[in-house]
Unconditional design. Structure first.
Length: 208
């Protein structure tokens, strides 16, 4: 039997959202007593919870999320241990044989602080030099267990997305992947023209 590890934050009213973004809201439209069925409506920003950024997020004229083939979101994964680091440089990535098409997941444990007020103030970040190195290696995806790979003015976003490297943010549970060989599965919704999408991120463990 295949084994999967869930790497996804839940979407609910208490989800940590970037300051100024709308909070997720799930509203009931119909219920069993009145309508004979249940129906609801979800309103949320595309960068809430675990989500993937497309090039359009920072690259004018860049690809929207619906234009990528599904294969971009199913790829061999690496977990890079960056615990305790505030700035993450290229040297931590050079220790791994990152190939074109891989998924590189940056393990910081910062998502464990999502319920705290300082979540959006104390995040670790990738350096511009690290972003340039990853852009040269051409993984399919760089992910992080924090709300962002960098802070304003977002040089890492710009470097990676301009190089056609997608970004997944707000991952969780990366500690469970230590020493594991796995495939990342993180398919976005097919939202026409959008710059991002929520994903259900899973790690499929390889046998043996």
């Amino acid at each position: 039997m295949k084994k999967f590890i869930d790497l996804t934050m839940p979407i609910w009213e208490h989800t940590a959202v970037y300051p100024g973004d709308p909070k997720p809201e799930l509203r009931k439209n119909a219920d069993y007593e009145q309508n004979g069925f249940y129906d609801s409506h979800l309103s949320m920003g595309l960068h809430n919870s675990t989500h993937v950024d497309a090039a359009k997020h920072f690259v004018q004229g860049g690809a929207s999320i619906d234009s990528y083939p599904p294969a971009r979101f199913a790829c061999r994964g690496w977990v890079v241990n960056c615990l305790g680091m505030k700035e993450i440089g290229r040297e931590v990535f050079q220790k791994h044989e990152i190939l074109h098409g891989d998924a590189v997941l940056v393990h910081t444990d910062h998502s464990d602080r999502a319920r705290f007020k300082d979540y959006f103030e104390t995040n670790p970040v990738l350096t511009e030099d690290a972003a340039q190195y990853l852009a040269e290696r051409k993984p399919s995806i760089v992910g992080i267990d924090s709300f962002s790979v960098d802070n304003s003015p977002y040089p890492v976003h710009k470097t990676l997305l301009a190089a056609d490297v997608l970004i997944i943010e707000n991952l969780t549970n990366l500690a469970s992947l230590a020493g594991q060989k796995f495939k990342l599965l993180a398919f976005p919704l097919k939202i026409a023209g959008a710059e991002a999408s929520p994903v259900r991120a899973l790690a499929e463990l390889y046998d043996g």
